[in-house]
Design a protein around this ligand. Structure first.
Ligand code: ATP
Length: 762
């Protein structure tokens, strides 16, 4: 039997033991469920609550245990003894540094005995004697698995990635971190198998869903994932450096580390619904089902769902900070509308009393003075109307005695206030306004022009009004930018805020009894006292913003409102920004984050693109952002990108189809066809029937996604579509994990080698 086979067998034995233990725990959890459910007759409320909690807790555990993980166990580290001999709650040495006597010299060569072997997996599992069979990947003891490098190995001698599917171990790959040592385990030499798991992971065929990277997180990524969640953690890095992956793993880590604080309270904001559906499987694969809300920017406001795109000039207007002021004026001006009642007529003390035009306008103005939300001002409007009617009625002169006047005034208020004509007037003159109604009012160019005076140019007013006309009364036709406007209006109008759903109290924190299968943090949380009062928080405890470079000022305001008390993780890449005014966005971002302290990280290695593809993209980066440093690609495939040209004049459709079919034949996984936004619908028709491995995307939809092969259609069309077009093109060119084809259309002016002008290296 060769070494590899022997080692696979050894790991198989360990995995078998893990599954045996899991089966025991499943039995136990099922027993607890049945036991609790049968105790229906225990009478006291306390006992009933405990029973419910036990059923809930056991059910959650069962769900976790039964979760068919593709690879429950994926890593192992063999370590030297820890420096001070101290061990943590999971029984592992706590010190990162080896004990002074861990290495001895024998026959002139350094020799060391392996003092500890830890297996790393998705959840922690202890055996019946509380010895760890598997350490949760997020536990402190697992950190060396990710962090150790040959330069700073700490105690790690050998790091092993175990490849398994279900209950079968398929392979092992080892890294030797202290090659200078002769390492012994129980007297025998420590074998080393294979050469690195990272490359194997990177070459893998892609599907339509992102997978986790838990077995191969790299040291610079691990630092971000485990960074303490104080204030703001900012992460920048080029395409493919793992920003999205790191953000998702960080959410899982934070939950693990302090479940009480974060369960249900983490929001991940993504730019597009496509990126949401691409990434939403990652957290469940890490054992965190339903704990984190992943939302697209166009779905952040309850009851609104973006289903349309704005062209770049319209997006520029809707996203700009000036819109906040336009909306402020619109929300306060919307009550003055054509058809609003112009006269209030009541009968007081047997006489007709009337308010008209100017008097009403004065009351309106006085009511709106200040900044209180418009819908909440109705009681004030009612009061001021009664004041004005009282004055007009001549009553003050008739009651010089203040006591009598006060009494008469009270009677007046009661009588008039109850009169139908007064109520009807108030309903019509100060109706409750919805955000959608204000957007509808803004479709009237004249009114919008008044509200936007000195804020928008006449051309912009026209564009904005026209675009808002697309919105239906039921809220169809909204874009992601409109949703941010609705959110702003919600605040300006004061629609009664929905109370945030109180976070589910986690019975894992309350009961004991199943600790053998649990996480380090669960146990720590059990020891901590509970400082939190339920229902108090109206926003999120932690907000993760993906592709942060794309948030407009208005979107920063919207997201900021959801994290007034939050800590933040913000990941992005300025070089991929499709927003043309970064300074303006930065100002609103600063306002959203307040004065919180910021910690910055940079990711520098591109794990997605082979170097051959990265070189083409780097050329565009140099044009888009002169001086920007591209990330370093770690792989070469030996496959140069293909440059094809559509035959003039109308051959684009056939060429797109032919090139896409060619890529489908070349890779086993997914193919993304990226076109200018204006071409997307047509390209969808050209490519109909080519199967579900192929996806057609407008350039702005490609953000964050990746495909085995990408066909970029007409770089010039993509670049010319918006002021940030070169950066959008940079995004399109960095989506492929294996192959890239660039197809030139009529606007691209390719050279004799087929390379379009924009991609030519001078
Ligand atoms: N340590 C790693 N091990 C294995 N795969 C990795 C690792 N880091 C990143 N990847 C893979 O690299 C690809 C790019 O990662 P990700 O999408 O998170 O990058 P990104 O920085 O968000 O890119 P972009 O800026 O283009 O959106 C993904 O397929 C991811 O799984």
């Amino acid at each position: 039997m060769d070494v590899r086979e022997r080692e696979i067998r050894e790991e198989q034995r360990h995995l078998d033991a893990v599954y045996r233990r899991l089966a025991e725990k499943i039995d136990e959890a099922e027993y607890l469920m049945a036991d609790a459910a049968s105790r229906v007759h225990v009478g006291t409320p306390g006992a009933l609550a405990e029973r419910d909690a036990q059923v809930f807790r056991a059910g959650r555990h069962l769900a976790r245990l039964n979760n068919e993980f593709e690879d429950f166990l994926f890593g192992r580290i063999d370590l030297l003894a820890g420096k001070d001999g101290e061990r943590g709650p999971d029984g592992a040495f706590t010190s990162v540094e080896p004990a002074d006597d861990a290495v001895t010299v024998r026959d002139g060569a350094p020799v060391a005995e392996i003092a500890e072997t830890l297996h790393i997996g998705r959840l922690g599992v202890l055996d019946a004697d509380y010895v760890p069979l598997v350490i949760d990947w997020r536990a402190p003891a697992a950190a060396p698995f990710y962090r150790a490098t040959p330069v700073a190995p700490g105690r790690v001698v050998r790091r092993r990635v175990i490849r398994s599917r279900g209950r079968r171990v398929l392979g092992v790959e080892d890294d030797l971190l202290r090659p200078e040592l002769r390492a012994l385990r129980e007297g025998a030499e420590l074998p080393i198998v294979g050469d690195g798991a990272l490359m194997a992971a990177l070459g893998r065929t892609r599907g339509h869903r992102m997978t986790d990277i838990v077995a191969s997180i790299q040291a610079e990524q691990d630092e971000v994932i485990r960074a303490p969640a104080v204030s703001v953690t900012e992460v920048t890095g080029g395409p493919g450096t793992g920003k999205t992956a790191v953000a998702l793993h960080r959410a899982a880590y934070l939950l693990y580390q302090d479940r009480r604080r974060y369960a249900g309270g983490i929001l991940i904001v993504s730019p597009t619904p496509l990126l949401v559906s691409y990434t939403e499987g990652v957290l469940p694969s890490l054992g965190e089902e339903g704990q984190v809300a992943i939302r697209a920017l166009g779905s952040l406001v309850e009851g609104a769902e973006a289903d349309s795109y704005d062209d770049p000039p319209t997006a520029r207007i809707k996203g700009s900070a000036a819109m906040a002021r336009v909306l402020h004026r619109a929300a306060r001006g919307v009550l003055e509308r054509p058809g609003a009642p112009g006269r209030l007529r009541v009968v007081a003390f047997g006489r007709r009393v009337e308010l008209t035009g100017e008097a009403l306008a004065r009351v309106r103005q006085a009511t709106l003075a200040g900044t209180a939300p418009v819908n909440l001002l109705r009681p004030r409007a009612r009061r001021l109307l009664l004041d004005a009617l009282w004055e007009t009625s001549g009553a003050p002169q008739r009651y010089p005695d203040p006591a009598l006047a006060a009494e008469a005034r009270e009677a007046f208020n009661e009588d008039i206030g109850a009169e139908d004509s007064f109520q009807d007037f108030l309903d019509a003159w100060w109706p409750e306004v919805t955000p959608l109604q204000v957007l509808t009012a803004m479709t009237d160019e004249q009114r919008l022009g008044r509200w936007a005076r000195r804020l928008l140019r006449p051309r912009e007013v026209r564009l904005l009004a026209r675009s808002l006309r697309r919105i239906t009364p039921a809220g169809g036709g909204l874009s992601a930018h409109d949703v941010a406007l609705l959110d702003e209006l919600r605040v300006l109008l004061g629609a009664p805020a929905k109370p945030a759903r109180p976070r589910e109290a986690d019975p894992l924190d309350q009961l004991t009894g199943l600790e053998e299968v649990t996480t380090y943090a669960d146990r720590l949380a059990g020891r901590r006292e509970a400082p939190e009062r339920e229902g108090e928080r109206v926003d999120y405890a932690h907000i993760i913003v993906d592709e942060a470079q794309d948030l407009t000022p208005m979107q920063w305001r919207m997201v900021g409102r959801r994290g007034r008390q939050a800590t933040w993780t913000i990941v992005g890449d300025p070089a991929q920004s499709s927003w043309p005014a970064p300074e303006e966005a930065a100002a609103e971002r600063d306002a959203a984050l307040g004065g919180r302290r910021r910690r910055q990280f940079e990711l520098t290695v591109n794990y997605r693109n082979p170097a051959e593809i990265a070189r083409v993209a780097d050329g565009v980066l140099a044009r888009a952002m002169p001086g920007a440093r591209p990330p370093r690609a770690v792989r070469e495939t030996g496959l140069a990108p293909r440059f094809a040209t559509a035959p003039e004049p109308d051959g684009l459709s056939g060429a797109v189809r032919a090139e896409a079919a060619r890529l489908l034949a070349e890779v086993p996984g997914t193919v993304g066809v990226v076109t200018a936004m204006g071409r997307r619908a047509a390209a969808g028709e050209w490519l109909a029937g080519l199967g579900d491995r192929l996806v057609v995307l407008g350039s702005l939809e490609a953000k964050g996604l990746e495909y085995d092969a990408t066909l970029v259609v007409s770089p010039a069309e993509i670049a010319e579509e918006s002021p940030a077009g070169l950066r959008v093109l940079y995004v399109a060119l960095t989506r492929a994990t294996q192959r890239l084809t660039v197809l030139s259309g009529p606007a691209d002016h390719p050279g004799p080698d087929g390379v379009p002008e924009l991609l030519a290296t001078s």
